[in-house]
Ligand binder design. Structure first.
Ligand code: THU
Length: 161
């Protein structure tokens, strides 16, 4: 007996260069780029910057914060998202931009834990978040909603009785 296939089709918009982005998204990415340089990443030497655009127009930025006890550190995305959540608990996130200092051609994409945190924020405010993922000079990936990056995600629906 063969199993039924349940498939996700994943697609992202790819811009060859950040300058092709709409002005407001380029601006958000530039804010992520600015804060990236202030990351505290003495162990990995891998600086990451994130900028969160809220529905009220405010921009919250964050960068990765490492620790000698490695798991105690935190990614740029979650630093920014959690700060946004703590300061503006009732305001949805519209867009998150993330960038890094890597030479790699492939834009940075949030790690699994950050994807889960973004998923929680989407569900909390019932609003999909646009993601702008980039290297400083190279390609940019854009997608609407975390499901693209986190198919079959765990969510609070499993916890409800
Ligand atoms: N990091 C981020 O800040 N965001 C990501 O999307 C991936 C990884 C950080 C965590 C750690 O400080 C460093 O990059 C190396 O993994």
């Amino acid at each position: 007996m063969s199993a039924e296939k349940l498939q996700y089709v994943v697609s992202v918009d790819v811009y060859a260069n950040a300058k092709q982005l709409p002005q407001d998204e380029l601006h958000l990415l530039q804010e992520a780029g600015k804060v990236m340089h202030a990351a505290y990443a003495p162990y990995s030497n891998f600086n990451v910057g994130a900028a969160v655009l809220l529905e009220n127009g405010k921009i919250i930025t964050g960068n990765n914060q490492e620790n000698a006890a490695y798991p105690s550190g935190m990614c740029a995305e979650r630093v920014a998202i959690f700060y946004a959540g703590s300061q503006y608990p009732n305001v949805a996130i519209k867009t998150i931009a993330v960038t890094c200092e890597a030479e790699a051609d492939q834009p940075i994409t949030p790690c699994g834990a950050c994807r889960q945190a973004i998923a929680e924020y989407e569900q909390r405010h019932n609003k999909k978040i646009r993601l702008i993922m980039a290297t400083p000079t190279g390609k940019v990936f854009c997608t609407n909603g975390i499901e693209t990056l986190l198919p079959f995600m765990f969510s609070s629906k499993y916890l409800k009785k």
